[in-house]
Design a protein around this ligand. Structure first.
Ligand code: NAD
Length: 481
């Protein structure tokens, strides 16, 4: 049983003022495997004060100094890959392939931030003005449980690259990953106070960050409901807010697609991260005249997908992170049946032969409409919904008939037609015949899927305020072009 007692403030592991202990579970067995002591409002305030005190010096560091610090951070995190992998499997239940990606991503994303920083233009000329991009101040970074270490490293590396200091409120359910990241960052020997980590509940520590006047910006990844709440709370102190929220992403299968060859992509997109992925392609739009054929191919393919022990190399879908999440997914499966959709695969309960662990059967509904709640609400589990469409225009209309707009996949043989469909989908990212990722491109959502962007120069700009400098002609400081 691991006990995580300390939080990290001003370059030190310190005892929190908060007294509450929170149980950490292994979702594959349901056993309690650890406990984390949660910080409270006082701890959040101490962390914010430390970040505020560190800001003037850090914001004035040179590009070279920041690059050097990020390189130390990268080395320290990369050295912990195997430890992170073990924590991710134990505490989150990621299957091995996904788990390995989640253990390498935190280091990779720091390299990506270094690349952005090295090429970033902090100043440019606009007519007779000099525009200087200035770090916004202390950033509050709030992460969810479905890729905690990766989100911490991405947000922190970008904030530091921009010259901001940070207070991190990680998911309380991912404390083992947080502990490994905190130890690595401590070894990276960054100036005291530039980053601080406070484990705690969202409505306690997260809330304090959201209302505190010394926090200038929030970068949040999580549910749309909490994201909206942060915007309204942050408005009182005029916080800059970047939100990466949920999705109900469409996978548009065009009528010339070869179903056998695209099905692995369809299912990988839908069941990504055991279905607990904001970008998961959970609405599969299929041409009505080929629906029966698609159902047949999908049913065969899904019967080969194993949901179970994440340590088993053949497992594609691990457990849901918590009992609450398992119950939520089960309730949506019952809802789909009540709404009149037909189960093509899966259904309620655990997969055959499993008697413990928060495992869900890979589930596909068909005979569904886009108005059903299973097609409109984010389930966050391995539950997909097939929706028939008439022609390309209908497919685009259904794809866009959602409050979300994070990601979309278009699959078909005619690339020009795929491209035309892709351009008409209202979504932060559209993937055509691929599930590739491009870290230099912006990531984020339209509509309720978010606000602003992360990654690349767009992600960095979100931590900066443009300052326009106009000087009397001939005065020092004005550059002539
Ligand atoms: P959540 O919104 O419940 O929690 C996310 C974080 O916010 C946690 O650290 C939580 O403690 C904190 N929080 C909760 N209430 C808060 C409050 N009042 N003030 C401040 N912080 C608060 O989400 P979750 O259940 O941890 O994660 C799942 C959700 O995250 C899904 O909806 C998913 O779509 C979304 N998500 C989005 C992305 C993306 O990049 N767009 C990526 C992963 C997950």
């Amino acid at each position: 049983m691991q006990r995580i007692e300390h939080i990290y403030i001003n370059g030190e592991f310190v005892m929190p003022h908060g007294q509450e202990w929170f149980d950490l579970h292994n979702p594959s067995t349901e056993e309690v495997i650890g406990q984390v002591r949660l910080g409270d409002e006082c701890d959040a305030q101490r962390a914010i004060a430390a970040a505020k005190a560190a800001f003037p010096a850090w914001s004035r560091t040179t590009r070279a100094e920041r690059v050097a610090a990020l390189k130390r951070m990268h080395r320290a995190i990369a050295a912990r890959e195997d430890e992170l992998m073990e924590a991710i499997v134990r505490e989150y239940g990621a299957p091995s392939e996904r788990g390995r990606w989640m253990a390498t991503y935190p280091a990779d994303v720091i390299v990506q931030a270094i690349d952005v920083l090295e090429a970033f233009e902090f100043e440019e000329q606009a007519g007779i003005a000099r525009v200087i991009l200035t770090p916004v101040g202390v950033a509050g970074l709030i992460t969810p449980w479905n890729s905690n270490a990766g989100f911490i490293c991405n947000k922190l590396a970008t904030a530091l690259a921009a010259g901001c200091t940070a207070v991190i409120k990680p998911s309380e359910m991912s404390a083992m990953q947080t502990q490994i990241v905190a130890q690595a960052l401590h070894e990276a020997d960054l100036p005291h106070g530039v980053f601080n980590i406070v484990n705690g509940r969202g409505d306690v520590v997260g809330e304090e960050i959201a209302r505190h006047p010394d926090v200038a910006k929030i970068s949040f990844t999580g549910s749309s409901a909490v994201g909206q709440h942060l915007v309204s709370t942050g408005a009182a102190t005029m916080k800059r807010v970047t939100l990466e929220l949920g999705g109900k992403s469409p996978t548009v299968v065009l009528d010339d697609a070869d179903f056998a060859s695209i099905m692995p992509l369809v299912l990988q997109a839908g069941f990504a991260n055991s279905g607990q992925a904001c970008i998961a392609g959970t609405r599969i739009l299929v041409p009505r005249r080929r629906l029966a054929e698609f159902e047949q191919v999908a049913k065969e393919a899904v019967s080969l997908i194993k949901s179970g022990d994440p340590r088993d190399a053949g497992t594609a879908i691990g457990p849901m992170v918590s009992a609450k999440q398992w119950e939520r997914v089960q309730s949506y499966i019952r809802l789909g049946i009540q709404e009149g959709a037909r189960l093509l695969a899966g259904g309620e309960g655990r997969p055959d032969g499993l008697h413990a662990g928060w495992f869900v059967k890979p589930t596909i509904f068909t005979d569904a409409t886009n108005q059903m709640r299973i097609a409109r609400e984010e389930i966050f589990g391995p539950v997909l919904t097939l929706i028939a469409y008439e022609d390309d225009a209908d497919a685009i209309a259904i794809a866009n008939d959602t409050r979300y707009g994070l990601s979309a996949v278009v699959l078909g043989q005619d690339l020009e037609r795929c491209g035309q469909v892709a351009r008409q989908i209202d979504s932060g990212r559209v993937l055509v015949n691929t599930l590739a990722h491009e870290p230099r491109a912006p990531f984020g959502g339209f509509k309720h899927s978010g606000l602003g962007r992360e990654m690349g120069k767009w992600g960095m700009s979100a931590y900066l305020e443009p300052k326009t400098l106009l000087m009397e002609p001939g005065q020092p400081g004005r550059r002539r072009h």
